[in-house]
Design a protein around this ligand. Sequence first.
Ligand SMILES: Nc1ncnc2c1ncn2[C@@H]1O[C@H](COP(=O)(O)OP(=O)(O)OP(=O)(O)O)[C@@H](O)[C@H]1O
Length: 605
Amino acid sequence: SSEPYEDKEALLDFLNNVNHTRYLNWDERTSACSSWTGVTCNHDKSRIIAIRLPGVGFRGSIPGNTLSRLSDLQILSLRSNSFSGSLPSDFANLGNLTSIYLQSNNFQGPLPADFSAWKSLSVLNLSNNDFSGSIPSSISNLTHLTALVLANNSLSGNIPDLNLPSLQILDLSNNNFTGSIPNSLQRFPGSAFAGNRLSPANFSPSFPPVPPPSVLPKKKSFKLREPAILGIVIGGCVLGFLVVAAVLIMCFSKKEGKSGATEKSIKKEDVVRKGVSSSQHGVGNLAFFEGCNLAFDLEDLLRASAEVLGKGTFGTAYKAALEDSTTVVVKRLKESVGRKDFEQQMEVVGNIRHENVAPLRAYYYSKDEKLMVYDFYSQGSASLMLHAKRSADRIPLDWETRLRIAIGAARGIAQIHGQSGGRLVHGNIKSSNVFLNSQGFGCISDLGLATIMGPIATPIVRAAGYQPPEVTDSRKVSQATDVYSFGVLILELLTGKSPTHATGTSDIVHLVRWVHSVVREEWTAEVFDVELLRYPNIEEEMVEMLQIGLTCVSRMPEQRPKMTEVVKMVEGVRRVNTGTRTSTEASTPNLTPPMTEIGSSSITH
Ligand SMILES: Nc1ncnc2c1ncn2[C@@H]1O[C@H](COP(=O)(O)OP(=O)(O)OP(=O)(O)O)[C@@H](O)[C@H]1O
């Protein structure tokens, strides 16, 4: 495979010319894209697009003509080091940067006079340094800037009237700014300007001006750092050193205030040494996958405000709102698993890029913490859409959406089954692991856990209702297991009934049995979700889908179709599956078998 040779050389030049206290595994002979700590490449591995090296113990100034050669670089995080000197002027060559994290170093001197080079910049965090001088008004050229964090520096002068339409996060606190808050920034809370020498005329921290609706943060959690961490602590019960480190880092950075640079750096390093650096990873950094443009590192993740989404078989899922206003889902695995197994599996999973498989964005492994990072799906899972309280104001899940969920999920599972020489198994297909992609089709999440955690976690009980009869032990899962579970998902979409609701009996495969019994005794439309009855002309499609579902839940694994065949069948339910047809248009009756044949081969329970 290819390698970004020139970028590698630039990074080695950088490393050879900078002092650092921690070992970095950058070796000319190894692949920068797959093994160098803190390095992420683009899709075809021709360029390096992200450098994330927080807390590596870098000191001195950034050597010139090194990093600036990475002209495709999008994300640069060198936070929590001890860099000093001024910002290298050749950073202006990095015209593709979207995120700059240089906070918590000892940088000095003025901000760049001309910001216009960074035309794609979305996040600029230079806080906790010793930058001086004023804010150049050229910063107004950064039309995509969403976060500007310059707190805890020695900046002075008037705050310019910044015309930054995308700006959502602003922190200019603890500098030496004078004058008044310009009109364009009055929408930000007083805390964004606290600790300066601004004229009190329009500075009223206790009554921050109300931002106009268009710029109101969508999430309520921007300033909830401490409670958020506490939330993780409480929600997650035991927390390893990482969060402790994060809390310490936060406390220090809070208390640091305007203390001298030397004192600041000593404290900072101390925390880093005691905390994050004690991870087995050396840097304690997240491993990101190719093409991942998310701009955060572990510290961001741990500082993010988090909300528990739910506890699953293998751990707890959190929704985390990062400071740059991205939202991600972090799964903390509760069981221990060997590093090699985990990393191997994560590499397999993380390199699957398909519109019907939820992309794993990053992962983290240490002895005490195993994290997986996903995109956040704001509409929630198919389970939530189907089973959320059926109150009067609930929007029913229409047939079109259910069809698209089934088609997308089938394609996603088929894609998974084609990986690793056709041997990869999901092992935990269920409606809470199916989300909607941007086109409204089903998208499979949570891949890879059942097979590595299986022997330890034995999720048989949790997956009750989705597991076929032959699976008595989680090690016995196969692709035919996934086909069965997909069949249950289809039945769930058709009936609106959850296969896992507790009945207090040992009869755990009740949805399948129930559908079978209804179909066997007197074929009626009674299996179908009452919510679907309002849509005209869909019964034939539903009946056909039912037959597919029943074929998938065939008792004998060898009677179940292969996932590629299932995809064709599900796509065939509606010949035109572009999602443009409405349910009032004619269906395709020629595809529907006579009712008497429905499931005749599979009703053998
Ligand atoms: N990326 C995501 N976006 C939105 N919600 C999510 C995301 N990932 C998980 N969730 C939701 O968070 C909750 C917990 O998820 P989790 O995967 O940990 O458990 P589960 O799906 O209930 O069980 P299992 O661990 O067996 O998959 C579920 O309701 C799930 O739908």
